[in-house]
Design a protein around this ligand. Structure first.
Ligand SMILES: [Cu+2]
Length: 86
């Protein structure tokens, strides 16, 4: 077992940005990707969101580590369900 400072797969990239990957269920097309991206983009500190309906994976880059509950609320607001972080 490796002892990591960051929880999940969140990792520090150069500068002070953090990238985390979340699993979202219910996305089926580009419209869904857009809806999820738009809601998550509205969270404070988020600099980029990439949602892929095919895999259900949403990659979020932010200047501070995000509270998973905040991400969950945004995904819920868009009409989908956050399964967890990848
Ligand atoms: Cu859709």
């Amino acid at each position: 077992m490796t002892d990591q400072k960051n929880s999940g797969t969140a990792s520090l990239t150069q500068g002070s940005e953090v990238t985390a990957v979340y699993k979202v269920s219910g996305m089926t097309c580009g419209h869904c990707e857009g809806a999820v991206s738009e809601e998550i983009s509205a969270i404070d500190g988020v600099t980029s969101v990439k949602a892929v309906a095919e895999t259900g994976e949403v990659t979020v880059t932010s200047v501070v580590p995000l509270d998973e509950e905040a991400v969950r609320a945004s995904v819920d607001e868009a009409g989908y369900e956050l399964v967890g972080s990848v």
